[in-house]
Design a protein around this ligand. Structure first.
Ligand SMILES: [Zn+2]
Length: 105
C-alpha cells in the first residue's frame, strides 16, 4: 500500500504545523524528516534517510530503513528497504523542511 501524503494537509496557510493527533504528528515527523533529507541531497538518485520504518506509526516492528528519491515531477517517493511500506509526498517545496539551496536565474 502506498501512503500518499500532501504536506499541505499538515500545515496552515502560514506554513505552521497544525494541531495534530498523536498519530498524525508521528506521521508528520516521519514525512518532514524525509523531506529535509531528500531536499538536502536532491541531486542523488537514491537517498538513505536516517529513519526506521517503525517510526512512522505505533506498533510497527519493522527494522527496515527508509530510502527515498525525488521524481522529476517533484514528488518525493520513499520506501522501506525490507517491507512493502512505501509512499509519496507532494507539495513539500518551499515548506520550512525544504532544504534545497535556492538558486535564482
Ligand atoms: Zn518496513
Amino acid at each position: 500500500m502506498t501512503l500518499k501524503a500532501d504536506l499541505r494537509d499538515f500545515l496552515d496557510q502560514a506554513g505552521n504545523v497544525l494541531e495534530l493527533t498523536d498519530q498524525a504528528s508521528k506521521v508528520f515527523k516521519f514525512l518532514s524528516e524525509i523531506v529535509s533529507t531528500v531536499s538536502e541531497h536532491i541531486e542523488q538518485p537514491l537517498i538513505a534517510v536516517d529513519l526506521q520504518c517503525s517510526s512512522r506509526a505505533d506498533g510497527l516492528s519493522c527494522r527496515g530503513s527508509i530510502e527515498a528519491k525525488c521524481r522529476e515531477s517533484g514528488v518525493i517517493e520513499w520506501h522501506c528497504d525490507i517491507c512493502q511500506a512505501a509512499g509519496v509526498i507532494s507539495h513539500w517545496q518551499a515548506s520550512r523542511w525544504d532544504k534545497q539551496e535556492r538558486t535564482f536565474h
